[in-house]
Design a protein around this ligand. Structure first.
Ligand code: TXA
Ligand code: MG
Length: 339
């Protein structure tokens, strides 16, 4: 056989899908990237103290390296390993909302790898309120850096099968849990300024935050563009499925389509709708809408839908976070021209 090229067999890397918290924690402790369920969306976790492991998250997601990661923990003794100090406002918010869908931004500890914070001098800390996430974090025994488990720019996964769609062959292990209860990402609050600032609306409502800290401020769409260093992730294209997303006040606004155009509708009422959509999701109220939105985007993608009409909701309570995601997914959103 001399001189003949040798056939090298290369099988695609495989991703192990498991319900075993111990097995998943072993992968993570060995420096691997593990997808984990949380109550907001699925995350892509790695040991936050291991720079090489954290770099693998950025590769798996195709995420720009200037976008920092949130550190997840359940054991509050680990906070001192990632934070330099905890401002009083963060202390209050953590006492009120941990475990739960909230991330507080606080000054970072110098030992935390630069890769986690993208070179900023702050770090986001979150204690998820999902029993499988809590058991996993306890078994890991280390702070876990984790962004949402989607490829960069795509909708966050809210089920383990959506993580398989995004990450199969790119990471060693997916820890299986049920569908995410909240369905939208955590609320991110910067606690490093005298008056804390909500950088991203999410699972904890602004009304609930204000009961604890009445002076809390919101980053408005108009100012967020001027504050790129405060909230690096918000400048990137987000949450967008492949079909075009169009927001409507009500279903009666949906135009008549040429035959052959496949379209979908999600909203609280389809009153006035003029034709039957190819895919529809009627939701009784805003929390169910939030829980189902990203899943519905994927259902429509798989069905070859070209346009998804999404009914707007009032901007109060969880409706603010939902409207934020709908606007970012909508095809006329300015970040759609960003990379
Ligand atoms: O619900 C969630 O928060 C999920 C689950 C997995 O925990 N995680 C998540 O991570 O949504 P990610 O990376 O997809 O979004 C985190 C957002 C990004 O916009 C990022 O720029 C911002 O938080 N962020 C993280 N650390 C920050 C920091 N130190 N300062 C300002 N913004 C930060
Ligand atoms: Mg994300």
């Amino acid at each position: 056989m001399d001189g003949e090229p040798r056939l090298v067999k290369t099988s695609p890397p495989t991703t192990r899908v498991t319900t075993s918290v111990c097995l998943a924690a072993n992968y993570l402790r060995a420096g691997g990237v593990v997808a984990l369920p949380t109550e907001t969306v699925y995350g892509l976790g790695a040991d936050a103290m291991n720079a090489k492991a954290v770099r693998a998250i950025f590769r798996a997601k195709g995420r720009p390296s200037d976008n920092p990661l949130i550190v997840h923990l359940t054991d509050m003794a680990l906070v001192d390993r990632v934070a330099r100090r905890i401002p009083a406002s963060a202390e209050k918010l953590m006492a009120a909302f941990f475990p739960g869908p909230l991330t507080v931004i606080v000054p970072n500890h110098r030992d935390l790898p630069l890769e986690v914070t993208a070179g900023l001098d702050t770090v986001g800390i979150r204690c998820p309120g999902h029993p499988v996430a809590a058991a996993f974090l306890t078994a890991c025994g280390t702070p876990v850096a984790a962004p949402s488990a989607n490829r960069s720019g795509r909708p966050s996964p809210t089920s383990w099968s959506a993580v398989v769609e995004e990450m199969d062959g790119r990471i060693p292990c997916i820890l299986k849990g049920g569908a995410a209860r909240v369905g939208l990402e955590s609320t991110v609050v910067d606690c490093t300024t005298a008056r804390p600032l909500v950088l991203r609306q999410g699972g904890v409502t602004v009304e609930a935050l204000r009961e604890v800290i009445p002076s809390i401020r919101l980053v408005s769409a108009a100012t967020s563009g001027d504050e790129p260093a405060r909230s690096p992730g918000m400048k990137y294209r987000h949450y967008a499925p492949k079909p075009t997303v169009v927001l409507v006040e009500n279903a009666a606004e949906i135009p008549k389509h040429r035959s052959g155009v496949r379209w979908g509708f999600i909203g609280c009422t389809d009153e006035g709708i003029r034709a039957k959509p190819d895919r529809a999701c009627l939701v009784p109220e805003v929390p169910t809408y939030a829980q189902k939105l990203f899943h519905f985007f994927r259902v429509c993608e798989r069905a070859g839908v070209q346009v998804i009409y999404c009914q707007k909701v009032p901007e109060r309570g969880l409706g603010r976070a939902l409207m934020d995601r709908l606007q970012r997914a909508a095809s006329d959103h300015p970040t759609h021209s960003a990379t």
